[in-house]
Design a protein around this ligand. Structure first.
Ligand code: GDP
Ligand code: MN
Length: 397
């Protein structure tokens, strides 16, 4: 689950990580009030108005702007709230901005003593360990830094038993070229950041930029945070931060139905029971010359109602040209699934305009094939994996 910048900063602050402070606003008037309050709290005269959407590169798209007085706060908030923000990380359609973060200006004018760094904490799956990735090249697109100047990116791998060791935090500060107060501040920053990552069940904390101010404070100016979905049951306060407006609407609907659905770019819709079989089915589709339109695991109960719900979800994707149903009848009997498919098809009437290939294997597979073949519907049955692949290939032609 991805979070907004302001939510990520709230979590960071709760673990003692210094952050650029701010308040959230959903109208220009609220933005002005937020700015006034912030001036009282921090003494800041200038404010940065930052669009809150789940996408990076907001600055480049005109979603981060400096306001030098309250009138500008109001004008800029007026511009940004409700706009369709297009950044290098959004689709061409952009993302609608519902709220802005009104933040203190932390770059003092004409200040050459500030520096921007990059820092993220994430899981290195290859090593099976968490790692801190950091660079002197902050505020830039890190993928570009990795490509052009990979020697400017450092990593620190964390032993899960020992945690982040003090010498590692010091090495980070040293590699970033810091000394004196800034060095000590950075050691504290990294230590608190790692603790925040570990204790919030996050899968990513990316801070770009980490700012060193002219008075040697180290703080998070941006925050991209992802919390592991599988941990949300024990992180209720984070689960409440979910903003479904930022998520794929089909995925949100599928989740509410208890379907494990991931939207993809291809043209063959898949309905499968079991995550492993779903992965194998996606491979099968690729081998047949198609591209999966989705990953969908309907779980153990593939009855008529569930099959119908899954059909409806798959058909919401306009790119779907064919549907492959691949169900293994272990506990659930294939003939019942076949009846479910036929019933769902009949119930849905004209809304199914694409060919359907059904492969049912396991208990009562033969009876299931008969039910499909005798239904008189535009449903093709297959018993073998290869047969199913050939049929997908044939209907895509
Ligand atoms: P992103 O573009 O989505 O990554 O959003 P960021 O939060 O990283 O902000 C983009 C850029 O705005 C930063 O890299 C900074 O250069 C700039 N910025 C952020 N906060 C301030 C601020 O307080 N004052 C000034 N002058 N610039 C800021
Ligand atoms: Mn950023």
């Amino acid at each position: 689950m991805n979070l907004h910048e302001y939510q990520g900063k709230e979590i960071l602050a709760s673990f003692g990580v210094r952050v650029q402070r701010g308040h959230i606003a959903t109208t220009p008037k609220e933005a002005v009030d937020a700015a006034k309050q912030l001036t009282e709290e921090t003494g800041t005269g200038w404010h940065v108005i930052k669009a809150q959407v789940h996408a990076g590169g907001r600055g480049k798209g005109g979603g981060v702007k400096l306001a030098k007085n309250l009138k500008e706060v109001e004008e800029i908030a007026e511009q940004i709230i409700g706009m369709n923000l297009i950044t290098p990380q959004t689709s061409a359609a952009g993302k609608k901005v519902h709220q802005v973060l009104v933040a203190e200006d932390v770059y003092y004018p004409g200040d050459s003593e500030t520096s921007e760094f990059y820092m993220s904490v994430l899981l290195n799956r290859g090593a099976g360990r968490n790692m801190i990735m950091y660079s002197t090249e902050g505020g830039m697109d890190i993928e570009e830094v990795a490509e052009k100047t990979p020697h400017l990116i450092f990593t620190e791998e964390i032993d899960p038993a020992a945690g982040l060791l003090p010498f590692q935090a010091r090495r980070v500060a040293f590699n970033l070229g810091l000394s004196g107060v800034a060095y000590k501040e950075m050691v504290r920053f990294v230590t608190a950041l790692y603790k925040a990552y570990e204790q919030s069940d996050a899968s990513l904390f990316e801070i770009n930029p980490v700012l060193k101010t002219s008075d040697d404070k180290i703080m998070a100016v941006d925050a991209k945070v992802s919390i592991d979905d599988n941990a949300l049951f024990r992180r209720k306060n984070y689960a409440e931060m979910r903003d479904v407006r930022e998520e794929n609407p089909i995925e949100v609907e599928a989740k509410a139905l208890g379907l494990n659905y991931v939207d993809l770019d291809g043209n063959v819709g898949c309905m499968v029971n079991g995550a492993g079989l779903a992965m194998a089915t996606m491979d099968l589709i690729k081998m047949a010359g198609g591209e999966p339109a989705n990953f969908l695991d309907v779980g153990g109960t593939a009855d008529a109602k569930r099959v119908e719900e899954a059909f409806r979800i798959i058909l919401k994707d306009p790119n779907v040209k064919a549907i492959l149903i691949n169900i293994f009848g272990g506990i659930v009997r294939c003939d019942r699934v076949a009846n479910g498919v036929v019933d769902a098809y009949r119930n849905m009437g004209d809304s199914i305009q694409v060919p359907i290939i059904v492969r049912l294997q396991g208990t009562n597979a033969e009876e299931a094939k008969e039910i499909i073949d005798n239904s008189g519907l535009a449903v093709h049955s297959a018993v073998q994996f290869k047969e199913a692949a050939d049929k997908v290939e044939a209907v895509l032609k």
